[in-house]
Every structure is written in C-alpha cells, then in structure tokens.
Design a protein around this ligand. Sequence first.
Ligand code: PAF
Length: 279
Amino acid sequence: MKVFYTKVALNTYLDTHKKNKQIGFIPTMGALHEGHLSLLKKCNEENDISVVSIFVNPTQFDNPADLLKYPKTFQDDTKILESAQCDVLFAPDVKEIYAENITATSFDFEGLEHEMEGRFRIGHFDGVGTVVKRLFEIVAPNKAYFGEKDFQQLQIVKKMTQKQQLPLEVKGCNIHRAKNGLAMSSRNSRLTKAHLKAAPFIFKTLQKVKMKFETEAPNTIIEWVEKEFEKQSLLTLEYFTIADEKTLKNIKNKDEKTQYRAFIAVFAGEIRLIDNIQI
Ligand code: PAF
C-alpha cells in the first residue's frame, strides 16, 4: 500500500494510472472498523485502484469536545488497510486541505440539510460537503463509497455531486452490524462496557418499528418508540422519525409509491449514536 500525505504526491502517483484504470475512493476519518472494510471490499471488487483517505475534518464537528475526543488510531488503521488490500492511503493534515482558512463553505442541499441531523448538528453538513468536495477534486475517483448508517450524509453527498456536476458515481453500501445488531461506528470504541451492552436496543427497536409500520400509523409508532426509550436508564433518545427516503421529510400520510426509512439518534452516556432502517 502506498501512503501519501500531500495532494502533489498523491496526484503524481494517480496521474500515471488514471487513463486506463478505474479509481474507487472511500473517504474516512480513521478509527477504522469492519464497516469501513465492507466498503473497501466492494471498492476493490468494482475498481482497479482503491484509495482510502483518513482525515478528521474539523469543520464538520459542531461540538469542539467531540473533535478533541475523536479516536485517532493511525498506526492500527494503516495495518488494517494494508491487510485489506487497500492500494493507496491518503492522509493529509489540516493545512493540506484547508490551507490557512479552516472554514466550511455554505451549501444548498435543497432542504436535505435541514432535517434530522441538520437540526441537531448546526453546520455539520456544510463541513461534510466542503471536505468531501475537496477530496473528490483531489482524488478524482470514478466511484466513491459511503455507508448507509449515515444515510442523510449519503443523500447530501449525492445531491452535492449532482449539483456541482462532479464526474463520479456515489454509491451507498448496506449498514454493517455487529452480531447483536449494533451498527458499526468509530464512536462505539468510546462506549463504556455498560453502554455497549445497552446499545443493541437501538436496532432491536428499529426492527420492531419496521413490523409495526405495516399496520400502525407513524405517530403511534413515534409515541411507542419514545415510551420504550423512557424505560431505558442508559440510553437517551434524541430523536426518532419516519421520513421519505428521497426528501428526508417527515411522513404525513403513508403512500404506496414512496420508500420510507426510520431514523434514530440516541445518547449512550456522552456518546451519540445514530442508526436507520428501511421500512
Ligand atoms: O462519514 C465520515 O466519516 C465523514 O463524515 C466523511 C465522509 C469522511 C467526511 O469527513
């Protein structure tokens, strides 16, 4: 695996391959887990060269404490990527991406940014849009891979790519889960033992929601979820909502042609976990 820290070094290498090779790209913030590896597996299957970036993007953290505490495991990540047949690791520092101006551009994602995470993490999606656009411009991949755990992020990146007419395909990949159903996340490594034990309740609840959605009204389901979480001493519900998968707008009336998804954000102690399920 080649490791590059600068745009110039990365591009010098990639430019020699771009003409006749498909390049797949997975942007990450490191603290890699099996979810990332499932993206890499898909990327390897569909491309000639797989590029993974590790960059903890300061402009997408609405909470500075969260940025400071974000797990940094670069040595381990490098080994994991090497053994999972990653071809290129791009690991720029903040200056390489932002120069002296560490600020996010303001985007219009046609309303996608105002729902769910957008309500609770002000400015988060401008930060994501800024860094993903820059990384896409630097790596210039044919395809890029994102996990559906961050489903709103995936829709926003698709929207940005389409609006900015960036010449690549953005692909969403299924959520990778532990055997107990907990969605893989870099944040899971910061959970206490007790919270780790409690957290699978999130997906168990989403599975029940999926069943209930066949016969029950959305508002009844929302009330039920809120009550279920009131009984949990270690988990605090931030939001639960059922939305149209395309617009991410809350469901008003169910209609046969629309695909819906249930979305949830929960605090397990001070760690914020999100998950979703297609229903
Ligand atoms: O999902 C993430 O890890 C980040 O939001 C991303 C896409 C790498 C941008 O910093």
